[in-house]
Design a protein around this ligand. Sequence first.
Ligand SMILES: CC(C)(COP(=O)(O)OP(=O)(O)OC[C@H]1O[C@@H](n2cnc3c(N)ncnc32)[C@H](O)[C@@H]1OP(=O)(O)O)[C@@H](O)C(=O)NCCC(=O)NCCS
Length: 203
Amino acid sequence: MTAAPDFVLHAGYSLRELDQADADELHALIERNRPRLARWMHWAQSQTAQDTVAFVRRAEQKAREGRGFHRCIVADGRIAGVVGFSTIDSLNRSAAIGYWLDEAHQRHGAMTAAVAALVDHAFDRFKLNRVEIRADVENASSCAIAERLGFQREGVARQAYRVAGERYSDDAVYSLLAADPARRALTSRAQRRDEAAEPTARR
Ligand SMILES: CC(C)(COP(=O)(O)OP(=O)(O)OC[C@H]1O[C@@H](n2cnc3c(N)ncnc32)[C@H](O)[C@@H]1OP(=O)(O)O)[C@@H](O)C(=O)NCCC(=O)NCCS
């Protein structure tokens, strides 16, 4: 049985845990979005159905060990995207968040709300001091999420990520620190979304 949503966003979007039963649906979504995902994320180029099963298994394992935290975005009971921290660096109290969305669900603010909710949660739950977002400088939609949420652009890590073949992306590095005013704004943003969407939202 799939997990119940534990973060309610707006416009019918919510977040819930991923589990093995999701692997087929998730893989079909990757297949449908493969070219646009592969433009920015190397794993999308060649991910097989077995790789998707392995990704879900790894995400579950890391969650159990407190080394990672993922959620899928759902709308009308179907998976619309994934957002999460692949690694939580507990020594440095730091983590980086990644995300992708089905093309049909773009432009509704779902990912901005999902990142706000998860980052807000992770600061508390994992006692983080820093959350990072890295995005290709040419990936305007991804950079816009970081900027909309008040992450500070620190600079550009040149050719930091091998996308496919011989293409390396220049990554804009954004961070949000626990002490930043925008971190507190995140809490009220996440709460406002929950209250607007459903007063009984579980956190
Ligand atoms: C990156 C990605 C998730 C961004 O998707 P997105 O739909 O632009 O992001 P959101 O869901 O937050 O929606 C924001 C858009 O909705 C609009 N919007 C509507 N209602 C909104 C609301 N309540 N709150 C915020 N934005 C809202 C915004 O204006 C924005 O549209 P615009 O770009 O035309 O200005 C998506 O493009 C994607 O999956 N890309 C491929 C994978 C990828 O690049 N991942 C990131 C790698 S670093």
